[in-house]
Ligand binder design. Structure first.
Ligand code: NAP
Length: 297
């Protein structure tokens, strides 16, 4: 391996440290304790794990954590009523409705019912528009985490050729917007992109958010490029279930200048950014400046 390892766990620990410091500062100077409400509908085991882990880290950072668990057959109107209560609750600065929602619910309608200033996932249509037009926004946590690691690693990103593979609303599109706002020249690639390996080889910064195990091989990567692997894929190896990214780590690490591993790369930064967004939301709600070092945009 010749590439430098971009250690997501270390980046996330540092960001959580800055979050805890900002929380302590808000408490000391303004008697303010940021609060995050997480709503889980149904009993999807993966979502359960995420929600528990989010609550634990929220409390560890000195914030208030509110958890709301609703049965899978909850009528949508009841979930919307809960969101309305959380919107009005002054102790709640951030609201996260864990996705996916059960099939009978309209996820867009639920997300767009969240007060945009409390939308710490950054999925509300208003925050999407704000990010796209360069206004203060709540930014989706996964791409925000990628941007913070890129900035830490590369410094100024201005003028870099960035290729994002995957155009989902939660990762690819906001990632492209963030890189554009950071003055990169951005290509957003997807399943219909022609000659994807050649497009990827143009990249100084390559972000993979596809959901295809180890799709990106060494021949797709420009020597020295910085590679951020968002993919989380469960595959079977030698009879064991393991996690791999969208990038063939072993091969690409011999070509890239720097690379994130899976696990231990983008994943840990996602939750840390959720905490950071909650603190930013709390500061903004109180009319205070954005806390330093939390990636607020
Ligand atoms: P998604 O909604 O399924 O979107 C996948 C994107 O990849 C689509 O835009 C699709 O293109 C594109 N794609 C699929 N096959 C392709 C191919 N062969 N060549 C080029 N592009 C292709 O997925 P997502 O929600 O963005 O998630 C992507 C990955 O990131 C998943 O592995 C997910 O588990 C992971 N993830 C990780 C985190 C984290 O915290 N680390 C957070 C969120 C997601 P089309 O639009 O043309 O179909």
């Amino acid at each position: 391996m010749t590439a430098a390892l971009i250690d997501g766990k270390a980046h996330a620990a540092a960001l959580r440290g800055r979050v805890a410091q900002a929380v302590a500062g808000l408490h000391e100077t303004h008697g303010l304790q940021p609060g995050l409400a997480v709503v889980l509908v149904g009993d999807d085991p993966a979502s359960e794990v995420y929600v528990r882990s989010k609550a634990k880290m929220t409390v560890a950072a000195g914030m208030l954590s509110f958890q709301h668990r609703l049965p899978a057959d909850t009528p949508e109107a009841d979930l919307l009523a809960l969101v309305a209560r959380l919107n009005a609750d002054p102790e709640v600065h951030g609201i996260l409705v864990q996705l996916p929602l059960p099939g009978h619910m309209n996820a867009e309608a639920v997300i767009n019912a969240i007060e945009p200033a409390k939308d710490v996932d950054g999925f509300h249509i208003s925050n999407v528009g704000r990010l796209g037009t360069g206004q203060k926004a709540m930014v989706p946590c996964t791409p925000l985490g990628c941007l913070l690691m890129l900035r830490d690693h590369l410094g100024d990103l201005s003028g870099q050729e960035a290729v994002v593979v995957g155009r989902s609303n939660i990762v690819g599109k906001p990632m492209a917007q963030l890189l554009l706002a950071a003055d990169c020249t951005v290509t957003l690639a997807h399943s219909r992109t022609r000659d994807l390996p050649a497009v990827c080889r143009r990249a100084d910064i390559l972000v993979a958010a596809v959901g295809r195990p180890e799709m990106i091989g060494a021949g797709w990567v420009k020597p020295g490029a910085t590679v951020i692997d968002v993919g989380i894929n469960r595959v079977e190896r030698d009879g064991a279930r393991v996690l791999v990214g969208d990038v063939d780590f072993a091969a690409v690490a011999g070509v890239a200048g720097a690379i994130t591993p899976v696990p231990g790369g983008v994943g840990p930064m996602t939750i840390a950014c959720l905490l950071a967004n909650t603190v930013t939301a709390a500061a903004r709600a109180a009319g205070l400046p954005d806390p330093e070092g939390l990636g607020a945009i």
